[in-house]
Design a binder for this molecule. Structure first.
Ligand code: GLC
Length: 491
């Protein structure tokens, strides 16, 4: 595969998408937004942290693999696991104590807009979409300040039973508390020692300790649900945050109630615009029952598009009953590209999706159901556009506008990603899944699906990693929808 060619394709795709984006009427984005307290960890921090505990106790906890942070040693254990494998994870904490402990023992460097829906809303606003309708059920006054003030982000507000769209700063719910998550970023090559053994962190990534205050409900206000038409026109919806759903609540309600209501919202959105495309952005979901239910009851049959990373593909396959495939995606880590491809195809089929977009370090895979209105080149260009955005985000830690996003064009295409794709090419051509020629373009015309594989731009020393996945998924989904609208307009 030719590196130069991929650089050129990135550049063309970026400017084409820039031209197409104004064709969009708008995007609806819900549900999760929070404040991310970001802390970059150093080797010294790690020595201090490990020193606070009995190392045998840490090791025991690593073996237990806590799926919830109830005491500080759970945190250190999950941090070591993430660092050792270089894998992102998000683990919930339901008490205030952990928050206090982290504040006292580590503190944070800076705070940013967090939560997939928060990050996606801000990104789309900065890409100059005409309208981004954000909806956060727990929009506090403080949280509202984290939305960009470009004039194109609106949030529904209920006034005398009437729903209107207002800037977030005029739409918050007085008296609502803020949800603050801790983001622990770590860098490639950091050395960490615990219980006599030392390892080197294989890649930049982060561990998220997600605060789950008791009052958090993944739900939509009755009036807003009833007057959902007030949010239109929008061409697409990007939904996330379902990981917040709990099995049981103190008032006797269960996850089933919240799943049912979530599906009703999706159905209503589609009924208001039958052309509307819906994307769900997945994340790390510790509770296996909730993970499975989100996939089989919310995503399957109801939405069109799914965005996720390698670990999330493995975790999804695991709860859907494909344990072996799941292990081979994980075992081979970022190189398990063959299993990753098969896994993504399986997700598309089982969940009845139109599109599955997997972002991996160095390449993206997008599996497409047959019959999509865009050509494979158009899909490929949407992915390339998002690769430029991701590079700009990693480089500067933020994207202020489309002009600043051009900085991403200077970031080189990942050589490791290209190599992974070259290995995959052998596999594909060997199985007659595609011809070498098609593969050079990044296309696979499968028997029951099509696929795009592109090498992506990767920043060697990213400013931070949190939110990059959301940037990729949102950039590609918006560019795809924009191209669909542009085509409808005969351009
Ligand atoms: C999850 C986390 C949030 C983070 C986001 C980044 O939503 O809860 O803290 O900002 O992921 O993707």
């Amino acid at each position: 595969m030719d590196m130069e060619e991929w650089e050129q394709r990135h550049t063309e795709a970026f400017y084409d998408a820039k031209e197409a984006l104004p064709y969009l009427d708008g995007m609806f984005v819900a549900y999760n937004s929070n404040i991310d307290a970001i802390r970059h960890l150093t080797e010294k921090d790690m020595i201090k942290l490990v020193g606070l505990f009995d190392e045998a106790e840490i090791q025991n906890r690593v073996a237990v693999y806590p799926r919830e942070i109830t005491e500080p040693v759970d945190f250190v254990a999950r941090l070591l696991i993430s660092m050792r494998e270089g894998k992102a994870a998000e683990v919930p904490a339901y008490t205030e104590d952990i928050h206090k402990w982290l504040k006292e023992h580590l503190g944070f460097d800076y705070a940013l807009m967090g939560g997939q829906a928060g990050i996606i809303s801000n990104l789309l606003a900065r890409l100059d979409l005409k309208k981004v309708v954000a909806y956060v059920p727990w929009l506090s006054e403080e949280q509202a300040e984290y939305f960009v003030d470009n004039g194109n982000i609106l949030h529904p507000r209920v006034e005398n039973g009437q729903v209107t769209l207002k800037p977030p700063a005029e739409a918050f719910k007085p008296g609502t508390g803020s949800k603050v998550n801790w983001i622990f970023e770590f860098s490639k090559d950091m050395k960490v020692t615990c219980a006599g053994s030392t390892f080197k962190v294989p890649r930049d990534n982060r561990l998220i300790i997600s605060s789950r205050p008791k009052w958090i409900r993944l739900d939509m206000d009755r009036e807003i649900y009833e007057q959902l038409y007030a949010l239109f026109p929008v061409d697409g919806a990007m939904l996330s945050g379902y990981q917040m759903i709990k099995e049981e609540y103190e008032d006797g309600s269960t996850y089933k109630d919240y799943v049912e209501r979530s599906v009703k919202v999706i159905e209503k959105l589609k009924s208001l615009n039958p052309e509307l495309r819906i994307h769900v952005e997945l994340t790390s979901i510790q509770n296996r029952l909730i993970r499975k239910t989100i996939l089989t009851d919310i995503v399957a049959r109801h939405v069109h598009s799914l965005g996720l990373d390698t670990v999330e593909v493995a975790n999804a396959l695991n709860v859907l009953g494909y344990e072996e495939l799941s292990y081979s995606v994980i075992r081979k880590g970022e190189n398990g590209i063959m299993s990753l491809y098969q896994g993504a195809v399986q997700l598309m089929k089982d969940l009845k999706l139109e599109r599955v977009h997997v972002h991996s370090l160095g390449f993206y895979i997008c599996i497409l159901a047959k019959g999509h209105p865009l050509t494979l080149k158009e899909h490929r260009d949407a992915l390339l556009f998002s690769s430029v955005l991701a590079a700009a985000q990693a480089l500067n830690g933020k994207i202020e506008n489309l002009t600043e996003a051009e900085a991403g064009l200077e970031v080189p295409v990942s050589a490791a990603g290209l190599e992974d794709l070259e290995n995959f090419q052998l596999y594909c051509t060997g199985r007659k899944l595609c011809t070498p020629d098609e593969f050079e373009y990044g296309y696979i015309y499968g028997p029951d699906h099509d696929a795009i594989l592109i090498p992506s731009k990767v920043v060697d020393r990213p400013k931070a990693t949190v939110g990059i996945g959301d940037t990729i998924s949102a950039g590609a989904f918006a560019a795809m929808l924009a191209r669909m609208k542009q085509k409808q307009a005969g351009k």
